[in-house]
Ligand binder design. Structure first.
Ligand code: DI6
Ligand code: FE
Length: 411
């Protein structure tokens, strides 16, 4: 153990999300009471009970936690953060009885956001995204995934991905980007889905991979979007470029999306309300994380909750994310989303908290560096003024965040 740390937090109660052996998962939250965390160069150099610190320990700065709870910085592993405008008018149509699918088939839905994005400058997109992002970080988010998918041609998709990448340069936050070309069919494709998939595989994906603008590739597998066979072509192309894949799967119907994601060794299958027992079993075998998005379920007034019991039975890891987007989840609060995951989907408090830390990091393929409090990982912390972990997301509209630490620095 090093003698001297850059910073040392003392007197905290930790939910480390880590087991006692290095790299092992905690059975629960991995709680350590009367604990300290020491950092060197932004990484965790000590985490554990105060009693195992050496007597002559020192640090350039010592912060007293006064018994506050500390979790890893929160990870929102599924957002469509970068978009322009809003779709409140469509929400009014849905409240009056129209369905999400009706609106999409009539040229609204995702395509109305595509029109807004194509008309918006990078500066406008960045300003609108930052306003949302600042709400997320105020609740302890230190890593956020942002998808493209409202551009639907190479110029517009790269515009969205560049804006997403730039957010991490102007804020103390890690942004992970995902190319979601197969989100909807743009009007210029004139109804030809196969030709649009060709364009994604042969032009867009190679250019985006070369420019290193995307960390992963996503698709929307649904009756109103793309078939499993079309998504399989995108996944094959992504994998040949060395990019991991993930999928919007079984959100509105059971289209075999989860099983397809598992077949391609996807990092995650997201939404998964209509996934069946076989799909859950395939995900468990493949280690594909189920990313639960209760905000979209709530806004669409869906009835079918994801098969949480089947996920538990098959050892499927569950993450929780906002899905922040202008259509199905106009939502900038991960804390509210966490409450919904418990209240609407029946997750336990421990499942929710691991779902926005360790399992969300796993869903991004970043578990080696973030998602738990372990020696060697980046020191991203959320420090909470609560007496028990459930209080973090118990009170709707209340934010108990005391401080946020990004890369070892209070930010
Ligand atoms: N499912 C979703 O919930 C988002 N995308 C998707 O494939 C919503 C996209 C939107 O309606 O703008
Ligand atoms: Fe989504």
């Amino acid at each position: 153990m090093p003698e001297r740390f850059d910073r040392l937090w003392r007197g905290g109660r930790l939910a480390t999300m880590a087991g006692t052996r290095p790299g092992a998962d905690a059975p629960g939250l991995g709680i350590v009471e009367a604990a300290a965390i020491g950092t060197i160069d932004g990484r965790i150099a000590f985490v554990g009970p105060e009693s195992s610190l050496s007597a002559d320990v020192s640090a350039a700065e010592i912060i007293h936690l006064d018994g506050r709870w500390v979790t890893p910085g929160l990870v929102d592993c599924h957002t469509h953060l970068v978009y322009a405008g809003n779709r409140a008018a469509e929400w009014e149509m849905r409240l009056a009885g129209a369905t999400y699918q009706d609106i999409a088939r009539a040229g609204g839905g995702i395509l109305s956001s595509v029109r807004a994005v194509r008309a918006a400058s990078e500066e406008t997109l960045r300003a609108e995204a930052l306003a949302r992002l600042d709400r997320m970080t105020a609740e302890g988010v230190t890593t956020l995934e942002a998808k493209s998918g409202y551009g639907l041609d190479l110029v517009q998709e790269t515009k969205l991905l560049r804006v997403a990448r730039s957010l991490g340069e102007v804020r103390n936050l890690r942004v992970v980007t995902t190319f979601l070309g197969a989100h909807a069919l743009p009007p210029e494709a004139e109804g030809d889905r196969e030709a649009f998939i060709d364009l994604i595989c042969n032009d867009m994906l190679p250019a985006i991979a070369t420019a290193r603008l995307a960390d992963a590739v996503d698709g929307f597998c649904e009756g109103i979007a793309f078939s499993p066979a079309q998504i399989a072509r995108v996944f094959t192309a992504a994998r040949s470029l060395g990019l991991p894949v993930k999928l919007h799967a079984d959100q509105l119907s059971n289209g075999g999306g989860a099983a397809l994601a598992a077949q391609f060794g996807a990092l995650s299958a997201d939404h998964v309300e209509y996934t069946d027992e076989d799909g859950a079993a395939a995900m468990g075998k493949a280690g594909t994380v189920a990313v639960l998005l209760p905000g979209a379920f709530y806004m669409l007034r869906e009835r079918q909750a994801p098969p949480v019991a089947a996920f538990r039975r098959h050892g499927v890891r569950m993450a929780v994310a906002t899905d922040c987007n202008p259509g199905t989840a106009p939502l900038v609060s991960l804390l509210l989303t966490m409450n919904m995951a418990a209240t609407l989907f029946g997750l336990t408090v421990d499942e929710v908290l691991t779902g926005v830390t360790r399992e969300a990091a796993r869903a991004l393929g970043r578990l080696d560096s973030i998602g738990s409090l372990e020696v060697g990982k980046v020191c991203d912390l959320a420090i909470w003024s609560v007496d028990r972990p459930a209080e973090i997301f118990h009170t709707l509209g209340h934010n108990p965040l005391h401080a946020r630490v990004f890369g070892g620095l209070t930010a």
